[in-house]
Design a protein around this ligand. Structure first.
Ligand code: CO
Length: 134
């Protein structure tokens, strides 16, 4: 059911330092910081040949990343995003298998203007999973 790994999201306490690390030390192609107020984050996109890394930093007062960084002040992997062909079919299959969908269970438009859902980390070995309809 899941397809390509769309991205791995890493919460970082210092976006410019993380951007420089990926650009200069790891030699990756990085974007400028992109504010995404609707999602409470500023994102730097790191393009790799086979997937993307998204460096996330809190933006605004109710950022979903702020609490994560409180618990993980050095930063850490926040979620992985898998592509699916049909997000409603995927959701219904996962719910039938007992997985918990976060929020109201309805897909919302994610950071790439495509429908996304998040799955409870306790159902996926401690990993927050994002599904994106590719
Ligand atoms: Co994501």
């Amino acid at each position: 059911m899941i397809g390509r790994l769309n991205h791995v999201a890493i919460a970082v306490p210092d976006l410019e330092a993380a951007r420089a690390l990926y650009r200069d030390t790891l030699g990756a192609k990085v974007s400028e910081p992109v504010p995404q107020p609707a999602h409470g984050v500023t994102v730097v996109f790191v393009e790799l040949p086979n997937t993307k890394i998204e460096l996330l930093h809190p933006l605004g007062h109710s950022s979903p990343i702020a609490g994560f960084l409180d618990k993980n002040p050095a930063g850490g992997i926040h979620h992985v995003c898998y592509e699916v062909d049909d997000i409603i079919a995927a959701r219904d299959k996962l719910k039938a298998a007992g997985a918990r969908v976060l929020g109201d269970g309805e897909p919302r438009i994610g950071a790439h203007d495509k429908p996304v859902l998040f799955l409870h980390p306790k159902d996926f070995y401690g990993t927050l999973v994002e599904l994106e309809q590719a």
